[in-house]
Design a protein around this ligand. Structure first.
Ligand code: COA
Length: 259
């Protein structure tokens, strides 16, 4: 499908979504949000897509935030809708049954940091910078940033970043556990692809169950241990579980079908 604000490509089961507004440092306007939803419709329905990379065009920015130019005339009600709709999009990413990795290629500020945090894990280029600078604008993060930043780096560090509007560099993000790896910019996509190539060789329903169970830790409406019991049991009804255990016992490599 052709998008106006995204570039997409599908290679060897890996669907790469590139936010493509380089003249605005890939800021998230409403068109980007609408197209991210369409792209995740595609992710959910296209069986050839096994996993997803989200990145930004260019070497300067992953995403420099929500598009501030859309904010100035909003009423309180419109702002609340923007926040709820943005959160809903990022919940879709977080709960996507296929692995979603952020390849952070520069500034990940405001909504950009929030987008990266909604992905299942993050890889950063050495020039990446992370922050929630909303208090500079008299705002706070609206797309789940206050929640996920605390989850990922702990309350004290998150509080400082949120209140100071400070930016951290890639090595600090690594030290904080916000990103799993820091690599030279030219190796960023290759690193994401090499990790996803390994993940794509595993049983897809088991991968989806890992995502669901790990996300349940942060969902107060769920008992994560019970989610795990159910998912563990369900895996015994899958052809892939039979194939995986049989292949191990027969000392051969399993061939998973996602069934
Ligand atoms: N929304 C809308 N436009 C944005 C944007 C955003 N969040 N971030 C950058 N842009 C635009 C700039 O307005 C500029 O557009 P112009 O060339 O038409 O004037 C263009 O992107 C380049 O940005 P610029 O500020 O000139 O680049 P820089 O290298 O001097 O600074 C940043 C880079 C990231 C430090 C700076 O752009 C910035 O602070 N952006 C806003 C970050 C933010 O507050 N995000 C949270 C939003 S809620």
């Amino acid at each position: 499908m052709a998008y106006q604000t995204l570039l997409t490509s599908l290679e060897a089961g890996i669907f790469t979504i590139t936010i493509n507004r380089p003249d605005k440092l890939n800021a998230l306007n409403m068109a980007v949000f609408a197209e991210l939803n369409l792209a995740f419709d595609e992710v959910n329905t296209n069986e050839s897509i096994k996993s997803v990379i989200i990145t930004g065009t260019g070497e300067k920015a992953f995403v420099a935030g929500a598009d501030i130019s859309e904010f100035s005339k909003f009423s309180k009600q419109e702002a609340m809708k923007l926040s709820a709709d943005g959160q809903a999009t990022f919940f879709r990413i977080e709960n996507c049954p296929k692995p979603v990795v952020a390849a952070v290629n520069g500034f990940a500020l405001g909504g950009g940091c929030e987008l990266a945090m909604s992905c299942h894990f993050r890889i950063a280029s050495a020039n990446a910078k992370f922050g929630q600078p909303e208090v500079n604008l008299g705002l706070i993060p609206g797309y789940g940033g206050t929640q996920r930043l605390v989850q990922l780096i702990g309350k004290g560090r998150a509080m400082e970043l949120l209140m100071s509007a400070g930016m951290i560099d890639a090595s600090t993000a690594l030290q904080y556990g916000l990103v799993n790896y820091v690599v030279p910019a030219e190796e960023l996509l290759a690193k994401a692809i090499s990790i996803l190539t390994v993940i794509n060789s595993k049983a897809p329903l088991a991968i989806a169950a890992c995502i669901e169970s790990a996300n349940a830790v942060f969902d107060e409406t769920k008992n994560g241990y019970q989610v795990e019991v159910d998912a563990f049991g369900n895996s015994f009804d899958t052809a892939d579980m039979k194939e995986g255990t049989t292949a191990f016992l027969e000392k051969r490599k399993a061939v998973f079908t996602g069934k």
